[in-house]
Write a protein that binds this ligand. Structure first.
Ligand code: C5P
Length: 232
């Protein structure tokens, strides 16, 4: 069994992304393709990172537009068969529902409040805070509109889980194994703590991809998770 980890393939070029994917797929369930890689190389990037493997693809395009446009965009990527596709919850219930209906075989994952936004930013945007309240509000709205997954920080996972119940997939970035550098992530949790807080899928990038051996780094985190879950 592979670990519930989505490796963020934030690579400078397609060859590097494909190489990282090949190295980590024996150990993790999912690889994440972000906006930069997708816009630079187009939809073919998905086939390149998938290779001959059965790894799940998380297409992190964070769609946010009027419902008809998001419906069309979601339909356009449906043939790539991503397991997850992100949209911004702030696009509203009709937009979220349009995405859900457009790609029935894909889990629509709603992004609540970007973790890059400060409380002052929320006020300037006119979004009633504090941030944890806005996250819970947008999470409930997204699930009501049919989203099957939510992206939130590990610190928010327990509160969001209480809000939306057991059936929603909670996806958490900001995960750092004990002892690894935080880089630009401010509020981090270890993989074990993120799972204990209720996360279902951990987004991990640089602790794996910047390691001398990304395959070994992924294997080590996967082993630590199995150990903490008591399955080894
Ligand atoms: O390298 P690192 O583990 O920080 O990568 C995290 C990934 O998760 C990146 O692709 C980043 O864009 C994404 N992400 C994040 N924080 C969020 C949402 C997404 O770091 N709140």
């Amino acid at each position: 069994m592979t670990a519930p980890i989505a490796v963020a393939l934030d690579a400078p070029d397609l060859e590097t992304a494909a190489r990282w994917a090949t190295l980590v797929t024996p150990h993790v369930s999912t690889v994440k393709v972000g906006l930069e890689l997708y816009l630079r190389y187009g939809p073919d990037v998905v086939a390149s990172v998938r290779g001959a493997s059965r790894v799940q693809v998380f297409l992190d395009l964070k769609l946010h537009d009027i419902p008809a446009t998001v419906r069309g965009a979601a339909r356009a990527v449906a043939r790539l068969k991503p397991s997850y596709l992100t949209v911004h919850a702030a696009g509203g219930p009709a937009m979220i529902r349009a995405a859900v209906e457009a790609v029935p075989a894909t889990r629509i994952a709603a992004v609540t409040v970007l973790t890059s936004l400060s409380e002052a930013d929320l006020t300037a945007l006119g979004l009633a805070g504090p941030a944890p309240d806005a996250v819970r509000r947008l999470a409930a709205l997204a699930v009501e509109a049919g989203a099957q997954a939510l992206v939130c920080s590990p610190q928010e996972a327990a509160a969001v889980r209480t809000e939306v119940g057991p059936d929603i997939t909670l996806i958490t970035p900001g995960v750092r194994p004990a002892g690894s550098a935080n880089q630009d992530q401010a509020r981090v949790a270890t993989p074990e703590d993120a799972l204990a807080a209720g996360a279902d899928l951990l987004v991990i990038g640089r602790p794996i991809t910047a390691a001398p051996d990304p395959g070994a780094a992924a294997a080590a985190i996967a082993a630590a998770l199995r150990k903490s879950a008591g399955t080894t």
